[in-house]
Design a binder for this molecule. Structure first.
Ligand code: C2E
Ligand code: CA
Ligand code: CA
Length: 717
């Protein structure tokens, strides 16, 4: 610059251009600002430079200045592209160039200049010898500084991130122990602390954690100990409990067994095993209690005695098991019909005598408690009757069993168990005899005699099935030969308590009760059967006489006779039927037809008790009869009453004229014998020769001429 060496200047200025692409031009100026040299980028246009003092602005001579201006290109507008906004901003940097050589000294040669510069340290003053002006494109400069800015920014961001991570890490290192300690504290307080916590940290935190861990350890040991203790304790409790429960079980079992046995015994003693109802024994005990209660509370009590009307028939025709089912059903229905507080019982003995009980097993008793009136008992009884009207289905059979019900009301203090039972029983028999299927209240005029008779009736009902009936035979002796010509079958009733009951006591009863049909049929069958049996034994009995009640003599009777003959195989001529005058009394076509029918069967017909009736004797000629039996009453009194004697003689004559056989009944004395014999009655039936005898004894009397000796003796006097 001092020497204004253009080459040097240009090369130096070129170095500036090379140093940065942002430098558009470089100018060297002298100390006055005059331009010494200028270089600029080859690819750019020439720039119009602003005046020096404008470029320097307010800067002093020694200062570096930086001003900016918009790039004013030289040349025509058409050659220049329009710059982008901001693109034309150019910074002018002017830097003063200092030298120790005063530029105003002109004649300094190059050697001296160099020496001066070398000794510059000792120089006392420096001089501004010129300026270097650099034109820097602002956009270019910015462009160039982007990498640098980006680097700075990246470093800054990285720094910030690092700071964040670091602070985070630090925070965590500080708060984590707190969290652990808090959790441990929580665990301890809630009693769930089981795991000691580990902590890598050191310092106070670790100390706290160690402390807490010790606490937890202690707690855990305590807890374990507790658990063991608890376990042991519960094991002991369990063992003790099982021991106790075992003992309890044994005790229970024993109690149960005792109770069961007691119940079984009680059941056996007090209950009917068939129906499950209380039996007679329990019932009477209960009735006693209820009576006393009723008396104390001044309440009314009724006893219903109930007997099934046709149970036996069902039992016979369908069998005992059906009968049992029926009784069970009856028991059930009875229980339905009364209140729970009432007592229903099966009025039979304890089940140890079940067979006997079953024979009498159709009696039931019902106690009605707390009655408002006697009428209520009647209502209950009627309800029972209505209920029984509904058929009971047993083994596919619809059965209707009707009951007869007797009602006794317990009044004040008269009612003892015995009296009450007797009263209800009596009322029941009355209900039965007055047509069955009804109820009756006990009244005092149902007296004891009536009761006895009623009891007999009840027993008679069962006589056939109990095989209490039998036939005795009274021989009819031909006094001319001494041989038995026939025998009359006479019914006997072997009563289990009363002994042998004669027919005059039970035949009328059977007639009243409507039992005579069954009874007569049994007698007929039995007589025929035994006749056949006699024949099989080789004993000759020309005929057997069977009594026929007037009430028995109906439409079905003839049919039954032929059936019995067929069944037993007895020849009809061996059978004689003893009919009463009563049958002949209604002199009707029907009677004639019936008798004719019987004759056609081949049986013989006899008129019993002849002479006692008051009917006209016209029937004798009309009806097909074989025999007359002179009633005993005439024979007895022949020697006292002339009338009777005449009547006997007349009857004998009549029978002879009508060719009827004749039998004289009830002959006891030799006088009677002689009287009859002398008047022509040769066949005699009476105690004189034999009382009616059991079948077993009859056959001995049948030997031909058995009575011959006795007759000879009689005739001798
Ligand atoms: P009944 O038909 O007049 O029978 C004769 C009765 O006189 C029998 O009485 C007989 O034992 C009795 N008797 C016979 N000889 C004498 C005698 O020498 N002295 C006395 N004091 N009595 C004598 P029993 O057996 O008591 O029969 C009474 C009545 O009962 C019978 O009178 C008859 O009417 C009736 N009876 C008996 N068995 C039957 C029967 O199977 N069916 C029916 N429907 N009635 C019968
Ligand atoms: Ca007779
Ligand atoms: Ca008779």
């Amino acid at each position: 610059m001092y020497f204004n060496d253009q080459d040097e200047l240009r090369s130096t200025l070129q170095d500036f251009l090379k140093s940065s692409p942002a430098i558009l031009y470089a100018v060297a100026r002298d100390q006055g600002g005059a331009e010494l040299s200028r270089v600029q980028r080859a690819d750019t246009h020439e720039y119009a430079l602003a005046p020096f003092d404008q470029i320097r602005g307010s800067a002093s001579v020694l200062e570096t200045s930086l001003t900016s201006h918009s790039g004013n290109f030289l040349g025509t507008d058409s050659e220049q592209p329009a710059p982008l906004p901001g693109q034309d901003r150019i910074l002018d940097l002017t830097i003063p160039v200092f030298s120790v050589v005063n530029p105003l000294l002109k004649n300094v040669d190059r050697a001296a200049f160099g020496t001066t510069l070398a000794a510059s340290r000792t120089a006392t003053s420096v001089y501004v010898i010129g300026y270097v002006q650099l034109g820097i494109s602002l956009p270019q400069l910015l462009l160039e500084s982007v990498p640098a800015i980006a680097t700075v920014l990246a470093i800054a961001v990285a720094f910030v991130l690092l700071c964040i991570i670091f602070s985070r890490h630090m925070t965590r290192r500080i708060t984590a122990p707190f969290a652990i300690i808090k959790r441990m504290a929580d665990d301890i307080s809630s009693g769930t602390a089981v795991q000691p916590e580990g902590l890598e940290n050191s310092g106070e935190f670790k100390e706290i954690v160690v402390l807490l861990n010790t606490i937890i350890g202690g707690l855990n040991t305590y807890k374990t100990q507790m658990e063991v203790d608890h376990h042991l304790l519960s094991m002991k409790v369990e063992e003790r409990t099982s021991q106790l429960s075992k003992r309890n079980e044994e005790l229970n079992r024993a109690v149960k067994e005792v109770t069961e046995t007691k119940n079984r015994l009680r059941q056996l003693a007090y209950y009917d095993s068939l129906t499950g109802l209380p039996n007679r024994r329990l019932f009477t005990e209960q009735l006693d209690l209820l009576l006393r209660l009723a008396r104390r509370n001044k309440e009314m009590l009724a006893l219903l005695f109930l007997d099934l009307d046709n149970f036996k028939r069902i039992n016979d025709s369908l069998g005992h098991s059906s009968g049992d089912l029926l009784l069970r059903e009856v028991a059930k229905r009875l229980t339905w019909c009364v209140r729970e507080s009432d007592v229903v019982a099966h009025y039979i003995e304890s089940s140890s005598r079940i067979d006997v009980s079953r024979l009498g097993g159709d009696e039931f008793t019902v106690v009605l408690n707390q009655l408002d009136s006697a009428e209520s008992a009647g209502k209950v009884a009627q309800r029972l009757l209505d209920m029984f009207a509904q058929p009971i289905t047993i083994d596919g059979h619809d059965l209707v069993v009707t009951p007869s019900i007797g009602i006794a009301i317990a009044q004040d203090d008269t009612g003892t168990v015995e009296n009450l039972l007797k009263a209800a029983d009596t009322a029941m028999y009355h209900a039965k005899t007055s047509g069955r299927n009804k109820y009756m209240f006990y009244t005092s005029n149902m007296d004891a005699a009536g009761v006895e008779r009623l009891k007999l009736e009840n027993d008679l009902r069962r006589a056939i099935e109990r095989k209490e009936l039998q036939l005795h035979y009274q021989p009819q002796v031909n006094t001319l030969t001494g041989t038995v010509t026939g025998a009359e079958a006479l019914m006997r009733w072997q009563h289990p308590e009363l002994g042998i009951i004669p027919p005059f006591k039970f035949i009328p009863l059977a007639e009243e009760m409507g039992l005579i049909g069954a009874l007569g049929e049994w007698g007929l069958h039995e007589a025929c059967r035994q006749m056949v049996e006699l024949q099989a034994l080789g004993r000759e009995l020309p005929k057997v006489s069977v009594n026929v009640s007037a009430l028995q003599f109906n439409q079905s009777f003839i049919k039954r006779v032929s059936e019995v003959l067929a069944a037993t195989g007895l020849r009809p001529m061996r059978l004689q039927l003893e009919l009463t005058e009563g049958i002949m009394m209604d002199d009707k076509e029907a009677t004639l037809r019936a008798l004719t029918h019987l004759k056609e069967l081949g049986v013989q017909l006899s008129i019993d008790d002849f002479g006692t009736g008051y009917s006209s004797l016209s029937y004798l000629s009309r009806f097909p009869l074989d025999e007359l039996k002179i009633d005993r009453s005439f024979v007895i009194d022949f020697d006292k009453s002339q009338n009777d004697a005449s009547l006997v003689i007349a009857i004998i004559a009549m029978a002879r004229s009508m060719r009827l056989q004749l039998v004289a009944e009830g002959v006891e004395t030799r006088e009677q014998y002689h009287f009859l014999r002398s008047n022509g009655a040769s066949v005699i039936q009476g105690y004189l020769f034999s009382k009616p005898v059991p079948f077993a004894e009859l056959k001995d009397l049948l030997a031909p001429g058995y009575f011959k000796e006795q007759i000879a003796e009689l005739n001798a006097y």
